[in-house]
Ligand binder design. Sequence first.
Ligand SMILES: Nc1ncnc2c1ncn2[C@@H]1O[C@H](COP(=O)(O)OP(=O)(O)OP(=O)(O)O)[C@@H](O)[C@H]1O
Length: 761
Amino acid sequence: MIAATVSCFVSDVALYHYDPTFDISTHSQSQLSTNKHTRRHTLPQHHPSMASSATTLTLCLPPSPYYCHKPTTTLSPFLFSQSQSQSHSLPAFSRTLLHPTITPRAYVTGPASDPIFGDLYPKLDGSGPEKDKPRPRGVISKELLWTLLMKHKLRLGVSVATLLACTTCTLSMPIFSGRFFEVLIGVRPESLWRLLTKIGVLYALEPLLTVIFVINMNIVWEKVMSTLRAQIFGRILIQKVEFFDKYKVGELTGLLTSDLGSLKDIVSENVSRDRGFRALSEVIGTIFILFALSPQLAPILGVLMLAVSVSIAVYKRSTLPVFKAHGLAQATISDCVTETFSAIRTVRSFGGEKRQMFTFANQVLSFQSSGIKLGTFKSVNESLTRTAVYISLLALYCLGGSKVKAGQLSVGHMASFVGYTFTLTFAVQGLVNTLGDLRGTFAAVERINSVLSGIQIDDALAKGLERELKQKAGDDENYKLFFSINYAEKNQSNYLQYMSALKTSSNLFSLPWSGDVCLEDVYFSYPLRPDVEILRGLNLRLKCGTVTALVGPSGAGKSTIVQLLARFYEPARGCITVAGEDVRTFDKSEWARVVSIVNQEPVLFSVSVGENIAYGLPDDDVSKDDVIKAAKAANAHDFILSLPQGYDTLVGERGGLLSGGQRQRIAIARALLKNAPILILDEATSALDAVSERLVQDALNHLMKGRTTLVIAHRLSTVQNAHQIAMVSDGKVAELGTHFELLAKKGQYASLVGTQRLAFE
Ligand SMILES: Nc1ncnc2c1ncn2[C@@H]1O[C@H](COP(=O)(O)OP(=O)(O)OP(=O)(O)O)[C@@H](O)[C@H]1O
């Protein structure tokens, strides 16, 4: 009779503890939805040492020993032009592009002698001696996490307090259950209603405290994760271009989604009652209570329960690959669907429906078989959990029952033991799952750190960006995400060190308007192929305000010259100067403002036409009038007006809703708005038909006016009017002159023209 009553009561406790969907299924599904990294284990493991000295992350800029200190630093403010008519500003811009902040820009003035050059020269591009280089450090470190968590001390304090309180409630329940039975059978002189009131309070408090704990922990962790995500995005953004040559976009996306997702889940998926801290505190608490209730029974029962629960939990985790395989099969189906429907025109034109059906059916069948396997494992797992409980209960009934009969253990304590059997079983299994998750999280963090702890940060970009962000962070919440606490104090010295290393200069923006751009004895190999020298002592002067055309055989290095001029890479030897100043003395975000590039395939962002044009001045308050003016000059205004929402029409992914010629004219309008003194046209018209080419060429002629322009074109007809033509061959300029001079030379250019004569007709 007692046993039956106990069982009834216990089933209530069990219900409370037992979640039939339990860990693996729910957990692994949610993991799978984000953990696509199971399909991409190819990331190279750099810097396994993963030094973790970072106490702040910010943009995680390494101290920069490459720059020599100069004592005098004068910051000369440069005001962004405000729009004349604020009321005409495009509304959407204010959200994304417009920050009417007056942003001071700075150049360093000081004595003319320059310690950056001479022996220290190569250090500008970070190629100084190995010992001088900053130690690689992990992006995500214990110290950083601690620092970020400590920003939310109050919430953390509330979380810890409520965790302890709700665990206490949970662990008190079996004791009160025991007392309840003792009152029922009359061995405890306590009022039943008083006891029930206490139990009622306990039942009311526990869920309330749980909610407070979970909400607070979630808020803290979401905030920490937002900062981390922003920091890692920022850290990727400031890597040198070769970093992006090395890693695929998918791999980098994986760091920010699945890998960081795994770090996020370790808390958000583990704050529920049967996992993580809660499970840990329940396991510890239960063991203590068991010992307090019966020091003789506790060791045997405790060890047995722990052993059974741990081994079953470990077995269940070992079935995780089945759950993952099912998730992967699902992902493959969705890939197939996406690919089929996004390429529906290609499928139609090749009559590929049957083939797609076959592929899809194949995937559906493998999804089906993994689903059946999964179902079997789920049911086995579920019954194993029950088996764990039953084994523990049976052991308890045998051992505890004989002690009760012998009068060595009270019925109340026996009933409490039953409750703790459930608590311990589920808490242990939850804990094992959390530990398993932790393993995955450590692997994810290591992956992030191994990719990002290399010294591939582009200092010349990062420090300038850091300075600008710091200024903006005062006004805009969004930018604050990129800074962790104590940012200013900890990085001020790096910043000043960098700033003081800049060469004496007047405003960079004015230099290319008046001086030539020169490539002087430039040697270059791509970092990923250091053995292949692409440029070998190349010399080229782009005269101020004139057009220089680059021609040469495919693979000669024409686009490489463009990449160097844009400072995506730095020369291995030699230098690029503007009005006699080495360009490496300017930070790259400043340099980006003086160079405009229009490519064969211009990339537009998936925002409106107007916003794409305004991207020419991403930091400025761009008025709609300015945008329209640029669009008119680029022959784009008329077609933009014919679009459904005019300047507010969305251009689709990478500008896919526009034609090639329309995209190109928007890119030219963007460059016109940017108004950079140096212009690079890399095969800008080669992908267009005759009509579009004419429209674009007109726009380009307008754009080129007065700018130092470098043109690359395969069609010689587009280069023959250049002021000078440089024939690039074997990594050098082999011939230089006007079209007619080079023809008269009867050299490589003349023979190139000969083979492509049709291009003139
Ligand atoms: N990111 C890169 N990493 C390694 N090697 C590269 C990279 N980009 C280009 N190369 C190599 O550099 C060489 C020069 O390429 P580049 O694109 O400058 O030639 P190009 O003269 O512009 O050719 P084309 O006229 O065909 O566009 C080629 O052999 C190419 O394979």
